[in-house]
Ligand binder design. Structure first.
Ligand code: NAD
Length: 425
């Protein structure tokens, strides 16, 4: 008989199921559950941009604002063909939980544009970014909604956003708005260390897991999917722990060397190869489908969502999956992994270093201070370790896995706020 394979759950279905599981387990107040099940605002803008060839193209941009009980919406902007309203919803909801778990005064938002940025010139990307910012208008702002970099967006684009937004304000107080966006270049109000904050947080959480397991990272073999901002920095910090990178997969291909790939050499190679890892001379090329089944201790997905599902989870050999990416494992994939005894550091904990770094940048801009990297990294480490410990505690209290535990800690903080404040009117 022919077997019909079901389409794996998408990110939005996943985040809803994860919320439902945690809400039931903790006995979340039913009215607050209704509030948190909906997104507050969903902004879709269509805006024209003149391309280099003189033609005008109309682009569609998204910004979903899930919940702001704890503070302004906060979350990245993604430029990728997979960006749509459901992807923005899922990613915005994850940001609400992430900011709450990290103890930050932020809610959750996320957005982006459905484009493949590799098909546009730099000056086209600048015009697209500036016009998108203009179209969002006062839906964003330092005390309203604060974007940041995500897949295919970088510090330069954040500087364009800040500059465009500030240009719409009166000259006398333009500088009061530089923290409309975080992840800016250091010379333009950015934070020293924000570039590596997410990757650093990933490795701090992996080290915290190793300490909890009473093991060492020295000599542990690991694989990384995605060699962009998060994957690169996570690999560099894993090297400092003595761990050995044996395979990397990105959009260009999969490379493998059982004796180890040097993260810095690979970065130098990729920077001259359009950011791609394929063709790295000190590694073999592998078929993409073999990546997740490689023999290793730790797997760091740091690319897109929905990479580990019921279709490939059974083959995973890693003992730990550290979610650098948002939503890389869907709930059906996760059930298989948990049954097989694989530990998971969930995204809202594992990659929270990025938003923690963004929070420091926002504080720095707000108070007119300039922090130095030696102060930033220990502060960030302390916050990630604190979250890790609160997740371990909740997992033991509720006899549950780390994802449910992380959700419970995050949701409890928001529940408390609603209980204290009530619901208007
Ligand atoms: P990036 O654009 O710098 O890098 C993305 C990487 O993913 C690239 O190496 C790209 O080649 C790879 N990739 C794209 N499609 C792929 C595919 N189909 N298969 C394998 N690899 C693929 O993005 P980033 O900022 O490093 O973000 C990566 C992930 O981390 C995303 O899920 C993002 O939401 C999450 N994240 C990022 C930050 C941050 O501060 N940048 C913070 C928290 C979470």
């Amino acid at each position: 008989m022919e077997t019909v394979s079901k389409k794996p759950k998408d990110m939005y279905e996943s985040v809803k199921e994860q919320f439902e599981n945690a809400a039931n387990l903790m006995g979340l107040n039913s009215n607050i559950k209704k509030i948190l099940s909906a997104t507050n605002n969903e902004i879709i803008v269509n805006f024209p941009v003149r391309l280099d060839n003189g033609e005008v193209e109309v682009f569609t941009g998204y910004r979903v604002q899930h919940n702001n009980a704890l503070g302004p919406y906060k979350g990245g902007l993604r430029y990728h063909p997979s960006v749509d309203i459901n992807a923005a919803r899922a990613l915005a909801i994850w940001m609400t939980w992430k900011c709450s778990l990290a103890g930050l005064p932020y809610g959750g938002g996320k957005g982006g544009i459905q484009i493949d940025p590799s098909k546009f010139s730099k000056s086209e990307l600048e015009r697209i970014t500036r016009r998108f910012t203009y179209a969002l208008g006062d839906n964003i702002g330092p005390d309203i909604d604060i974007p940041a970099p995500d897949v295919n967006t970088n510090s330069e684009m954040m500087a364009w956003i800040a500059d465009t937004y500030m240009a719409t304000k009166s000259p006398s107080n333009r500088n009061a708005f530089s923290h409309v966006v975080t992840g800016k270049p250091v010379g333009s109000g950015g934070l020293e260390g924000r570039d590596r904050a997410t990757g650093y947080g990933v490795v701090v959480s992996i080290q915290a897991w190793a300490d909890w397991k009473k093991t060492s990272l020295d000599g542990k073999k690991y694989i990384v999917q995605g060699y962009g901002n998060v994957g690169q920095w996570a690999s560099i910090f894993m090297k400092e722990k003595g761990a050995i990178l044996i395979s990397v997969q990105d959009a260009s291909g999969t490379i493998y060397n059982e004796n180890g790939i040097d993260p810095e050499e690979l970065l130098e190679f990729a920077s001259k190869n359009n950011g791609n890892v394929n063709g790295f001379p000190k590694a073999l090329e592998l078929k993409s489908s073999t990546f997740f089944s490689l023999e290793c201790d730790i797997c760091i997905p740091a690319a897109l969502g929905n990479q580990i599902t019921e279709n490939n989870a059974e083959n995973i050999k890693a003992k730990l999956i550290a979610e650098g990416a948002n939503g890389p494992i869907n709930p059906d994939g996760e059930s298989i992994l948990l049954r097989n005894g694989v530990d998971i550091i969930p995204d809202i904990l594992c990659n929270s270093g990025g938003v923690i770094g963004s929070y420091f940048e926002w504080l720095q801009n707000k108070s007119g201070e300039l922090w130095i990297i030696d102060d930033v990294m220990p502060k960030l480490e302390k916050k990630v370790i604190h979250s890790f410990n609160s997740v371990v505690e909740a997992a033991s209290e509720y006899h549950t896995d780390f994802r449910n535990a992380a959700y419970i800690v995050a949701i409890k903080r928001i529940e408390k706020t609603y209980i204290q404040r009530g619901v208007f009117p």
